[in-house]
Structures are given as structure tokens and as C-alpha cells.
Design a protein around this ligand. Structure first.
Ligand code: SF4
Ligand code: SF4
Length: 128
């Protein structure tokens, strides 16, 4: 399962991920990270059975944690199945099935690349 971490300015320079991995022994994968001197936005893939303990460990360190259950939404009425999002998405969230585009939203890491790439503006991110 994917977790979005919102890291506040006061703690962005702390080794948060390393300390949570050491504490929980979770096999965490960093799928996306946007970090600068003042804040951070990080998407982690965490084994389902470790999600609760990892989430709690980050929250104890002052990190806001949002499970990415439905990261991206497609408006079925607007989508024309052109396939632009299939080629743009770095995580293969979209694919063709019988000439129609289908989505596996669980793969989305909210990079945002498909949003501007859709000619129909049929995609939007679920931001929390
Ligand atoms: S780019 Fe937009 S219109 Fe094209 S298949 Fe994807 S969601 Fe549908
Ligand atoms: S935001 Fe769009 S392009 Fe980026 S991972 Fe999610 S579905 Fe793929």
C-alpha cells in the first residue's frame, strides 16, 4: 500500500525514514520524493501488514501521513480512450484492454504527469 508523507519544515532534515525502518523492520520502498530545505512530500510503498505500524511511527515523529487509496480519478464521461496517459505514466497505472484504457489506481504515485497530458482534462489527483 502507498502512503503519502507530508514533512513539515521543522523536521525535514531529520533521518525520519531510516529511523522508522529501523524501528518497524518494514521493507519500505521510496517511490517518489520531493524534498527541499523547508518541506518534503514523499510517497512510500509499504507492505500491507506493516502499514498501520509504519503510519503510527511517522505520525509519532510529527509527519502527516495519508494512505493513497484512490490517488487518481478518471472522469469516465470525458475519457475518449486516446491512450496518452498510457504512455505518459511512469508507473503503468493505465493500460489498454480491448481498445479501452483501464486504470490500476493502486500503482499511482501522484507524480501529476498525466493530468496535463490528458487532452480531455479527464484526470485529477485526490489531494489530502
Ligand atoms: S489521456 Fe485522458 S482521454 Fe486519453 S485515455 Fe487517458 S484519461 Fe482518457
Ligand atoms: S499521477 Fe498520473 S502519471 Fe503520475 S503516477 Fe499517477 S497516474 Fe501515473
Amino acid at each position: 500500500m502507498k502512503l503519502m508523507l507530508h514533512v513539515a519544515p521543522g523536521i525535514v532534515r531529520q533521518p525520519l525514514i531510516a529511523s522508522v525502518i529501523l524501528e518497524t523492520s518494514a521493507l519500505v520502498n521510496i517511490e517518489r520524493a520531493s524534498i527541499d530545505a523547508v518541506s518534503g512530500e514523499i510517497v512510500l510503498e509499504v507492505p500491507a501488514e506493516k502499514c498501520a505500524v509504519v503510519k503510527e511511527a511517522f505520525e509519532r515523529r510529527g509527519v502527516k501521513v495519508v494512505p493513497l487509496e484512490i490517488p487518481v480519478i478518471r472522469d469516465e464521461n470525458e475519457c475518449v480512450h486516446c491512450g496518452a496517459c498510457v504512455s505518459i505514466c511512469p508507473t503503468q497505472t493505465f493500460r489498454f484492454e480491448d481498445w479501452r484504457v483501464v486504470a490500476d489506481e493502486g500503482k499511482c504515485i501522484q507524480c501529476g504527469a498525466c493530468i496535463m497530458g490528458c487532452p480531455q482534462r479527464a484526470l485529477k489527483l485526490v489531494l489530502k
